[in-house]
Each structure stands twice: as C-alpha cells, then as structure tokens.
Write a protein that binds this ligand. Structure first.
Ligand code: G6P
Length: 598
C-alpha cells in the first residue's frame, strides 16, 4: 500500500527511481511522483494515474539529480489526483517527503503549523510531516526529523531529501515497512524486499522506532531519540524471474508457475519445519486476510477432520484483534503472502506482547511478519506481482496441508498413521496434478467468454469445497468486478435461493465423494429455478452430467488434497472473465497487493 523508492549516488538517480516505482506499482497505483535534488534545489514531477503517466511527464520535464525519492500511491486521505500525489515539498521548498501510512493527528498538526503561517497544497495527512520538518529545522535535518516523528501519531515509513544535505536520504519507520541497501556507491531506500532484490546482495529491514540517513556508501541508524543503532544486514534471496516474458499479464504467468512453486514450497517446508511447535499445544488459530484467510479456512477444516482432539479456528486478522483466545496451549499461525498486511501484523504484535507462540506462513523473507514471529515456514512461491494472489495461495495450501498432516501424526492415534503417510506421499506428487489441471484453460476460457456478461455468480461447495468456493468468488470479484458470493451449498435454500432465476451462473466445486449426492440435490434446486451450472469436479457421474451445463474435469487426488488442485479452474475463470470484460487484470481498481494500513 503505497510504494516508496529512493536512490542516492554520484550521478543522476531519477531513472533508477522511476524503474523502482514501476516495480513497486503493485503496492498502489492511483498516482505517482519523483523528487530530485539538483544544483542546490529540489524539483519534482507528479501525476495522477499509473506510473506510465509519470513517464510521459518526466520526459517533458528535465528532472534529474541525486538524491531522488519517488512514490506510488494508494489513496487514504484525499482524492487520487495530482495535488494529493507524493512527494510533497515543504513550504520553503527545502525538503521533499514521501510517506506510506496514516497520520492520525494530522489535523491538529495542520492547525498548529497554519498558525505559524505554513500553507498546504493537498488534502493529505502526509504534507504536515514535511512542514513539521521545516518547522523544527535549525541546521540539522536529522534532529528535525527526530523532533518531527516524536510528534506523529499513527503509522509511517518516510523518505526525505533536503536541499541542505547533498548526498543523503533521510528515513524513519513505524508500523510500515522500509528496507535499505547499498551497492557500489549507490544507496537505496525501498518499501519492500522484492523491490531491492535485483539491486543489492544484502539489505537492512528497518525495525519500528528507527530513523537515520543513507548516503552512497553508508547507513546511519538511530532510535527516535537519536541514540545510535547498528544496522543488521541480511542476505537477499535473488529472484531471477521478475519479467513478464511472453505473457500478457503477470497473473496468467503466475498461474503457470504454480506447479514449480508448490514443489519449492514443499521442499522449503520439509527443510525448515520446526516439529517442536506442537509441544504443549491443544489449540491452533489461523489468522489472515483475503486469500490468506481462505488458506487458513482450508487448514482449519483439514485439522478438524484429521485431528479432532485439537481445537481449531480461522480468524480474519481484522477481527482477531478484538478476540480473546487463551495464550496457553495455543499455536497462532498468521498466513500472509507479503508479510506486511497491517491487520495481520497487528494481530502478530498483539499475540507477541501477550507471550503467545507464533508460527508464520509467509512468502517474503525479511518481511515484518517474518521478523516478528518465533517460527516461520517460507512458502517460497517466488515474487508474486499480480495483485490477485494465485501461486502464493496454492503454496500456502501445500505447506498448510503438510503442516496439518504432521499435526495429525503428532496428535492422532497409531491407526491413522498409514492414511497420513499415504496422503503425505500423494502431496509430494501434487505438482504433476497441477500441471494437468492448468490444461483446462481452453475450456475455462470459452466458458468465461460465454458468461462474460453475467451480473452475478454464485459459488457453491460443501466442506473443503466451500473454502475453495470462497477463494474462487473472491478472485472473480477482485479482478473482474462481477458481483459474486460463495455459499455452503446447503445454506443457499435459506434465503439466497430467492436470487436464483433464469440464466444466473452457479459454479459448483464438487470434489468430496461422500458429499456428492448432497451436492447433486442442491444443483437440482438451482437448476429447476433456471440457473446455468458449471461444475468443477473429478467425478464422472450421470446425475452430475445431467444437471450441469458444463463440467470442468480436474484430476482425482485424495479428498484432503483437493483444494490445492480444484482452485485452479476458479483462478483461470476469474482471469479470463476479467480479460473478456476488458479489466486491468494485474492492477484491479481500488486494490493494492500489500495493504499496510488497518
Ligand atoms: C490485500 C490483497 C489480497 C490479499 C490480502 C492479504 O487485500 O488485495 O489479494 O489476499 O491483501 O495479503 P497478504 O499479503 O497478507 O497475503
């Protein structure tokens, strides 16, 4: 949510900042801008819309210089337009600032600064920060920054350049991510680790309550009271697969990457899983947002089937902070692709402060959630760029399934062991089933085209299939803007059936042999009210064929592994629906990949 990229070196850095912002665009994309210091003064260019719009504005300006900072925005305060785009200049133009986060006391600060004659050109909370720096400046930018951050309530990652400091980018961090790196006489400031991974070998992920400056060869780090701190460098895991290649969209590319990503995820799980996490545990709580929450829902259901003696829950992170799970005997499992989602990070901090045991499932090494957690399973899906998560979700499902099977082994009686062992073996073979299921793309594309004018789509399933229905429905909403709902199939008749009429599309996920007859009854109910039915199923069954308008056949796998496979046709359906509806697939409206505000 908002991307910050800054660069300081011996020559012009504007091009490098522009490239950095282009990569970070998944964090927000309603406006963007760059400021640079040149000949003792700061100039900036900013533009409403995508980073591509900034490119043309940069061409017609002669913006150049070093240091330089840039920002790509996801609006919180103020409409997405040129005036609210970052960077902001201080009143006297000696400082420029980019900000990610929310300043809760900005109105008080604005009033205070206005009483000293400061004027404001935007509706944002961010502009007060740069003016506060000017207000406190008395020959020492670091001191002014320290005085400023002490007065801010809320969350912030900041990068600041000053006309008084020729080769420094100042920064500060609280509750929003910021990462630093150095390479051969160039210093970088960036919102996230993937944004730096192609530029540096080592990086410093800042802790909350730190500030400082970076110059071409050096990082100076302090706490908010200016006591010096030692930067801790970690090695960067390189991802060479960041280009879109021959694909039209990253989402489609990332779906093709699922089989390999899942195989890496399982390797990573078996290399690093700390079996001791089960010691003393009688309750497991999965926490996440959006797609990650849906992975938690699958895991909760798996554990309830496999280890009935364990008490299991899956909670939305935003709701979790209001709940009161006992800490003793509980293992908390936050699930997050980015490792930066503010709601999930708050939940992790709450658990940590009450002494709870945490095992994070996360895709980004060195992310905030990883650094806050006692134990981590890295999903190793590789960098995911499309806002709608696909391969990272399949990887979450794969490692959570392995985790649930290991838990079952730990907690269950001996007679279950042969079943668990055979499921574990089948899990290792799941990447080959994933390759097969992706080949349903032609059929799914035809179906998406046929139903591309649908106003509303209902996803139905029971048990594990309901969890997959939830994810399929979310994916469709996210990228094709079609209204859609997921229902446990038995629940439909208790109200929502009233919405089923001639031509309404129902997508039914049917993978559990024991639930087949009950699903067929439900399909008959919607069919008789005129629904069109697409079934996603491994079964060839006469009644199912008679009721369904279309069947997307998926490879058979043992019941508990089906979610990893059956979600793929729903991901493809969302993708092609968005394509035929002419939507911006990788950057859907109003959304961002990493939501770093609560
Ligand atoms: C945002 C994204 C969703 C994502 C959710 C959780 O809302 O738009 O696609 O599922 O965040 O993200 P995380 O990085 O924590 O998995």
């Amino acid at each position: 949510m908002c991307g910050i990229f800054g660069c300081v070196g011996s020559s012009d850095c504007v091009g490098e900042v522009f490239n950095g912002l282009s990569f970070l665009e998944y964090r927000g994309y309603d406006s963007s801008g760059i400021a640079a210091l040149s000949s003792d003064s700061i100039h900036l260019v900013k533009k409403k819309g995508r980073v591509a719009a900034l490119r043309s504005a940069l061409f017609s300006s002669s913006l150049s210089g070093s240091p330089s900072i840039g920002h790509t925005r996801w609006a919180t305060h103020g409409a997405p337009d040129d005036s609210n785009a970052h960077p902001f200049l201080s009143d006297d133009s000696s400082f420029a600032l980019v900000h990610n986060g929310v300043i809760e006391n900005y109105l008080e600060l604005k009033k205070f600064l206005s009483s000293y004659g400061f004027s404001f050109s935007s509706e944002t909370d961010s502009e007060v920060i740069v003016n506060l720096i000017q207000y406190f400046y008395n020959g020492d930018t670091l001191l002014a920054l320290s005085e400023t951050v002490k007065r801010l309530k809320g969350s912030f990652a900041l990068a600041v350049i000053s006309s008084y400091d020729k080769d420094k980018i100042f920064f500060a961090k609280k509750d929003n991510p910021l990462v630093l790196g150095l390479n051969n006489g160039v210093g970088y400031v960036c919102s996230d680790y993937p944004g730096l991974s192609s530029r540096v070998d080592k990086c410093v992920a800042l802790d909350d309550g730190t500030l400082g400056f970076i110059s071409p060869y050096d990082i100076a780090l302090f706490d908010f009271s200016l006591s010096p701190l030692q930067p801790v460098f970690t090695h960067v895991i390189k991802d060479d697969n960041l280009s879109i290649g021959h694909y039209e969209h990253f989402m489609r590319k990332e779906i093709d990457e699922i089989p390999e990503a899942v195989s890496r995820a399982l390797n990573s799980y078996y290399m690093s899983f700390p079996a001791s996490v089960f010691d003393g545990i009688n309750r497991i709580v999965f926490i996440g947002c959006g797609t990650a929450l849906h992975a938690g829902l699958v895991a909760k259901r798996l554990l309830r089937e496999l280890s009935p003696s364990l008490d299991c829950y899956a909670e939305s992170s935003g709701e979790f902070v209001f709940s009161d799970f006992p800490v003793n005997g509980t293992l908390f499992v936050p699930v997050s692709q980015s490792g930066e989602t503010a709601d999930t990070l708050s939940a992790v901090k709450k658990i940590k402060s009450s002494g709870g045991k945490i095992l994070a499932v996360c895709n980004v090494p060195s992310s905030s959630i990883v650094r806050e957690s006692d134990n981590v399973i890295l999903t190793s899906a590789g960098t995911e760029i499309a806002v709608a998560s696909t391969k990272a979700y399949n990887c979450q499902l794969a490692v959570l399934t392995a985790f649930c099977l290991d838990a079952a082994k730990y907690f269950s009686s001996d007679e279950n062991i042969p079943f668990i062992d055979s499921a574990l073996c089948e899990l290792l073979a799941i990447p080959s089933k994933l390759k097969v299921v992706i080949s349903c793309e032609n059929l799914v594309s035809l179906l998406a085209e046929k139903y591309s004018s649908a106003q509303s789509v209902f996803y139905l399933g029971r048990g594990l299939d309901f969890c997959v229905a939830c994810e399929g429905s979310l994916k469709l909403k996210e990228i094709s803007y079609v209204h859609s709902e997921a229902y446990p199939a038995g629940e439909l008749k208790h109200g929502t059936l009233a919405l089923i009429e001639n031509g309404v599309l129902v997508i039914a996920v049917i993978t559990q042999r024991l639930l087949l007859d009950k699903m067929i009854t439900c399909l008959a109910e919607v069919k008789s009210r005129g629904a069109k039915i697409i079934a996603v199923s491994p079964f060839s069954d006469d009644k199912l064929s008679a009721l369904s308008d279309h069947i997307v056949a998926i490879p058979a796998v043992c019941d508990i592994l089906t979610p990893i496979v059956s979600v793929v046709p729903t991901q493809l359906f969302a993708y092609f629906s968005a394509l035929y509806r002419g939507c911006d697939i990788d950057k859907p409206r109003n959304l961002a990949k990493s939501v770093t505000v609560e």
